[in-house]
Design a protein. Structure first.
Length: 259
C-alpha cells in the first residue's frame, strides 16, 4: 500500500493546533488534519475525539468539510471537492474513518460495508476485565433515538437488531484493561453497549456505566485498523490509525507490541 505525502495547506485565519483551553482539547482544522491514506478514489482520516463527520444541531465544524477542503487545496480544485461519508464513528471515539472521493468508490464501499466485507479493528480501554480472555458476543440492540443510546437484549424483541462482535484481552495495566474488538455488524453504539453489558464499561463512557468522564469528554475507544479490497484497484488496503497521544494509550501500545 502506498501512502501519499501530506502537504497541509496554510490558512491565515486558523491556528495549526487550535486548542480549547477550557478543556485542553485539540480540535481538528484544515491545518492539523491527519491524513492516513489517499488516492484518486478514497481518503482516510485519523479522527480526533470530538470530531463530527457531518453537520448536526451543534453546528460544529465537520470532518467531511475539512477533508473536502484539503483535497481542493492540494489539487487546486475550484470550490469544494467531492467527499462522501461512507461509514460513521461516534463523536467521542477516535480513529480511522474513510471518505469516498468518487461516486463509484462510494457506492462500492457502501455495499462492501453492507455485505460485511470490510474488517474493522477497535482498541478499547475498559474499567473491568472480561470474565474470559477472548470470546464472541451475540445480542440484540434497540436504539432509543431521543436518548441517543442503545439498549442490549439477550433475545430478539420488537425493533431490535442482531449484533455480533469478537474480543480478546490484550493485557492489563494498574487500573485498566486493554481489549481488541472486531465488530461483525455495524449497529448503533454496538461496542460501547455490548462491553458495558458484559461488565467491561469503556473508560470515560458514562452513558454506558463508566465511573467518570474523561477530561476531554472522549471515551477510550479507538478505531485502530481497517482492511478491505480497494473498490477500484482490487488490491488489499490496510490502514492503521495511531492512538491518541496519552500515557494510557502509550501503555496499550507497549503491551500490544510485547505479545
Amino acid at each position: 500500500m502506498k501512502k501519499n505525502p501530506i502537504n497541509h495547506p496554510s490558512s491565515s485565519n486558523q491556528k495549526k493546533n487550535w486548542v480549547d483551553k477550557s478543556k485542553h482539547i485539540v480540535k481538528t482544522n484544515i491545518e492539523n488534519l491527519r491524513v492516513l491514506y489517499e488516492d484518486n478514489h478514497i481518503i482516510a482520516i485519523n479522527k480526533r475525539p470530538g470530531d463530527i463527520l457531518q453537520a448536526d444541531k451543534t453546528k460544529d465544524p465537520v470532518l467531511s468539510s475539512f477533508a473536502a477542503q484539503y483535497i481542493a487545496n492540494k489539487y487546486n480544485k475550484p470550490g469544494e471537492a467531492f467527499i462522501s461519508i461512507i461509514h460513521r464513528i461516534d463523536r467521542p471515539v477516535s480513529g480511522v474513518v474513510i471518505f469516498g472521493r468518487t461516486s463509484k468508490a462510494t457506492t462500492r464501499l457502501s455495499q462492501m460495508f453492507k455485505n460485511r466485507e470490510i474488517q474493522k479493528t477497535y482498541w478499547a480501554i475498559v474499567e473491568s476485565p472480561p470474565s474470559e480472555a477472548f470470546g464472541t458476543v451475540v445480542n440484540y440492540l434497540k436504539k432509543n433515538a431521543d436518548r441517543n443510546k442503545s439498549y442490549v437484549y439477550h433475545h430478539e424483541t420488537k425493533d431490535s437488531k442482531e449484533s455480533q462482535l469478537t474480543y480478546r484481552q490484550v493485557g492489563s495495566g494498574d487500573k485498566y484493561h486493554y481489549l481488541e474488538v472486531e465488530p461483525k455488524t455495524g449497529r448503533h453504539h454496538q461496542i460501547r453497549a455490548t462491553l458495558a453489558d458484559i461488565g467491561c464499561s469503556i473508560k470515560g463512557d458514562v452513558k454506558y456505566m463508566a465511573k467518570r468522564t474523561n477530561k476531554d469528554a472522549s471515551v477510550c475507544l479507538h478505531a485502530r485498523k481497517i482492511e478491505f479490497i480497494h473498490p477500484v484497484k482490487k488490491e488489499l488496503i490496510t490502514i492503521t490509525a495511531p492512538t491518541p497521544s496519552e500515557p494510557i494509550w502509550d501503555e496499550f501500545l507497549r503491551i500490544s507490541k510485547s505479545e
